[in-house]
Design a protein around this ligand. Structure first.
Ligand SMILES: [Zn+2]
Ligand SMILES: [Zn+2]
Length: 370
């Protein structure tokens, strides 16, 4: 089988390997699609901690596929379409016992600490299978607008046109699950005015989730005009460049003259974190969704804004199986239009071009479909 292996900074190489067979408790997945995440781009250029001594490891943690072989005792069935929740844990620390595997003391992840989905086949470890990370779904479901031909022309949420599910787009349940975790930390409710920094795939997911949670208005801050246009087509009330006064005016005209009820920073920009505290209203909930680059994670924040406005400032990272399951359902039911974010598909042999496009930021989401 072909895999895409990490061979050092700047070097991902297509290699031939023997096809594995599942042992006791394991399962073998035929990969249908694996989408490229910002994390994968960091892995490729050698700046991911988990890959410091990982020569030969296969990245890819946004994986959808078909179970083709099941080891003795594994709770899985051949022929099942599954999305793989990528994070699993030791199974016995305090976080694992709470189901918060993303916070495990010894976290493991497909494509991060273990081989991942940029491969024709993926052997799923026993612990991952045991912990319920294989999430089956109905591939013949009718997902609203998931195969929208004109990218960006369809809204991010809603009924859509009833077309067959785009199985590749199901891989996006992983970033959607992460967004769901951040969105829930902001406890968005009916009528809330929400401010979202960033309109990349994850920023758009936050926008869609805020709408689904009943937000009355969602104001988006994004420097790229094409992405601002996309945010408007996904239901943003208005979209702006990072100008403070303009954003404040936009929140006021959206019904929040004292600031937003919730602010999500889905852009790795320290200045946006500082501005988020300024533009949050009294009792506002703030989520620092995007991590900052290592070595550049010190931001100057006016903490009196937290004190006097009684803000709740949260951080979230990765996702749990439960969030993955919910995100999967949102995509399969067509309530979040992940399909329209998939702007390019490559086979494994052309993975270099796929990574180049993903790193350029010119495409929302790039899929590798072996
Ligand atoms: Zn990801
Ligand atoms: Zn644990």
């Amino acid at each position: 089988m072909k895999v895409l292996a990490y061979r050092g900074p700047g070097s991902l190489v297509v290699e031939e390997r023997p096809q594995p067979h599942p042992g006791r408790g394991e399962a073998l997945l035929q990969v249908d699609a694996c989408s490229i995440c910002g994390t994968d781009v960091r892995i490729a250029n050698g700046s991911h901690r988990a890959y410091a001594d990982a020569l030969g490891r296969v990245p890819g943690h946004e994986v959808v596929g078909t179970v083709v072989e099941v080891g003795e005792g594994a709770p899985a069935a051949t022929g099942e379409n599954v999305f793989v929740a990528p994070n699993y844990g030791c199974g016995h620390c305090a976080a694992c016992l709470l189901g918060q595997v993303n916070m495990c003391e010894q976290p493991r992840g497909i494509g991060i600490t273990e081989d991942g989905g940029f491969a024709e086949y993926l052997l799923l470890p026993k612990d991952l299978v045991d912990q319920g990370n294989l999430l089956p779904f109905n591939a013949s479901a009718n997902a609203g607008a998931s195969a929208s031909a004109s990218a960006g022309a369809s809204p991010g949420t809603g009924e859509g046109t009833s077309v067959g599910l785009d199985v590749g787009a199901v891989a996006l349940a992983e970033p959607l699950a992460c967004a769901l975790r951040g969105s829930r930390a902001c406890r968005i409710g009916a009528g809330d005015v929400v401010l979202v920094y960033g309109a990349g795939p994850v920023g758009l997911f936050h926008l869609a989730l805020a709408r689904l949670a009943g937000a009355g208005a969602v104001v988006v801050c994004e420097p790229n005009p094409e992405r601002r246009r996309r945010a408007l087509s996904w239901g943003a009330t208005s979209a702006h460049d990072a100008d403070f006064d303009e954003l404040r005016a936009a929140l006021a005209s959206a019904g929040a003259p004292n600031g937003a009820n919730a602010v999500i920073v889905a852009a790795p920009v320290p200045a946006a974190q500082a501005q988020a505290l300024e533009l949050a209203g009294p009792w506002g909930r703030v989520n620092f969704f995007a991590g900052l680059a290592r070595g550049h994670s010190r931001a100057e924040l006016d903490t009196n804004l937290i004190h006097y406005k009684e803000l709740v400032v949260t951080g979230t990272t990765a996702s749990t199986n439960e969030e993955c399951r919910d995100a999967l359902n949102l995509i399969v039911e067509g309530r979040v239009d992940a399909g329209s974010l998939v702007e390019a598909r490559f086979d494994l042999a052309s993975a270099a071009a796929a990574f180049e496009l993903a790193a350029s930021g010119k495409a929302m989401k790039v899929l590798v479909a072996p």
